[in-house]
Design a protein around this ligand. Structure first.
Ligand SMILES: C[S@@+](CC[C@H](N)C(=O)[O-])C[C@H]1O[C@@H](n2cnc3c(N)ncnc32)[C@H](O)[C@@H]1O
Length: 469
């Protein structure tokens, strides 16, 4: 088999990153853009020692679950890559991805995985979208562009092409409002010939645009990320937003150094409004700032945290005089600890981001919660065990790490603390399976509950409840 060869295969089960696994001449073949069971003609794109990567070029036998993608940008945009699959089948495949990770990566056998809990909204479900500006627009075939258009785009990156952006007209991940705001802001900067940040030359003003819409309050934030503060320009844009979108409650301009990711800002200017939006999640209020993490699908987060709450409520274990304590690792702005606060005597939230910890303290305060403490710590290096007394406390742990999972140091410390239960929430079943395997000498796997926060993408959120042996 050589690169660019065309072969015919039957797509096997869906695995990590939404690709289907097949075999050809004894070698694993990962195929993009197909559905398990489909007969496909594929082109070999990459050949590695143990596997190859291929792209489906022609579907010879279609799955009955194949549907027409709704989005005009499908196929180019890196956003909703499995839109060609009926939603119920997306959910079944996400369950299979979790199962595959636990058995293949975690080597954990005979684990029951629950059916994936679907999202109520399958379009317009994200409460935050971040669009990039680029001076290199991705040029679509069949469209004529002016030189100015070629050097201006506001949209999403093309997969594997880090410097080119697909200029979007309509994105189904957020509401009509969000689309209208992005299009008007894009036109304003394009018509005024405002410079776009160039990754290569490290000059130009515009980096990114983030739009945050609360689910359970009317709050909406526009956050423009630029390399410098241009007061007059920002106030002009502020007036345009006020005139066209009275529903925008706050407009923030974040300043991010040219060589850094737009997520890292060192200065913030609140052009109008409070500088944050308020969201309500399981009857608790949260203030979300431009640079703080918040679960992007509020309703699904409510379902997930309700499951955790219910399990803790139903736990009738004798505490033998010990006080129930919760350690919320990777706590962000304190959401999980705060929604569970009435079930514990003490809550300790730990997180790397200074601004998230400040927001977590404020969030506890506005909800009149006094049993939470929050600490800034880099969990790559573990955390201080001094703060809570294991002999006096009955400890439960929540883990909700970023995609890279939990560090070795923190896992070793968890084995020293021996919490009775660990609730491991993850957006990456592969690193979750690896970490659960490392804890499996001391913990058995209980509930495994995938829940879909990200319809039409291969991403999956998964809860694993670990019980001490
Ligand atoms: C998936 S979010 C979870 C946030 C929170 N549990 C929630 O539900 O809103 C992961 C969090 O881990 C934090 N984080 C990333 N790397 C970290 C590290 N090395 N040490 C501590 N926290 C880290 C991020 O800042 C982010 O807030």
């Amino acid at each position: 088999m050589k690169k660019n060869d065309i072969i015919e295969l039957i797509a096997g089960k869906m695995v990590h990153q939404g690709v289907c696994l097949s075999e050809y001449e004894g070698k694993k073949v990962f195929i993009e853009n197909c559905i398990p069971g489909e007969r496909v003609r594929v082109q070999i794109k990459k050949i590695k020692r143990d596997f190859c990567e291929a792209e489906a070029k022609e579907i010879i036998l279609h799955s009955p679950s194949r549907i027409n993608p709704q989005c005009q940008h499908f196929g180019l945009c890196g956003g909703c890559k499995i839109q060609y699959m009926n939603y119920e089948v997306q959910l079944e495949n996400k369950k299979e991805i979790v199962k595959d990770a636990l058995s293949r990566i975690g080597k954990l056998k005979n684990i029951e995985v629950e059916n994936t809990i679907g999202s109520d909204r399958i379009y317009h479900y994200r409460n935050k979208m971040e669009y990039s500006f680029s001076n290199k627009r991705w040029l679509e075939t069949g469209i004529e562009y002016s030189p100015e258009e070629k050097s201006f785009a506001l949209g999403l990156h093309i997969p594997n092409v880090f410097d080119k952006v697909l200029h979007l007209n309509k994105c189904y991940l957020q509401s009509e409002f969000s689309n209208d705001v992005r299009n008007i802001i894009g036109k304003f900067f394009f018509n005024n010939k405002i410079s776009v940040h160039s990754l290569k030359n490290r000059n130009g003003l515009l980096k990114a645009l983030a739009i945050r819409e609360s689910y359970n309050t009317p709050d909406k934030m526009i956050n423009l990320i630029t390399t410098q503060y241009d007061k007059d320009l920002m106030h002009e844009l502020g007036n345009i937003l006020n005139q066209n979108f009275p529903q925008v409650t706050t407009f923030v301009n974040s300043i991010s150094m040219p060589h850094l990711s737009s997520a890292l800002s060192h200065e913030e200017h609140v052009i109008f409004g409070k500088g944050y939006i308020q969201e309500v999640l399981l009857n608790k209020q949260f203030e979300i700032f431009a640079n703080t993490f918040f679960q992007t699908n509020t309703h699904q987060a409510e379902k997930l945290f309700s499951i955790v709450k219910q399990i803790i409520r139903n736990d009738k274990t004798e505490l033998k005089g010990k006080k129930p304590a919760l350690i919320d690792l990777f706590c962000g702005v304190g959401v999980i600890g705060i929604v569970l606060a009435d079930l514990f005597e003490f809550i300790y939230g730990i997180e790397i981001s200074d601004s998230s910890i400040r927001a977590a303290k404020k969030n506890a305060e506005i909800n009149n919660i006094t049993n939470c403490e929050f600490f800034v710590t880099n969990l790559e290096h573990g955390f201080s065990l001094e703060r809570f007394n294991r002999d006096q406390n009955d400890v439960t742990v929540i883990l909700d790490p970023p995609r890279a999972g939990v560090s070795e140091k923190t896992l070793i410390q968890l084995c020293q603390i021996k919490p009775r239960r660990i609730y491991y929430v993850s957006c990456n079943p592969s690193t979750q399976a690896r970490d659960v395997a490392r804890l499996s000498d001391q913990y058995k796997v209980g509930l495994v509950q995938p829940i879909d926060f990200f319809p039409h993408t291969y991403h999956i959120e998964n809860l694993i409840v670990l019980e001490i042996l």
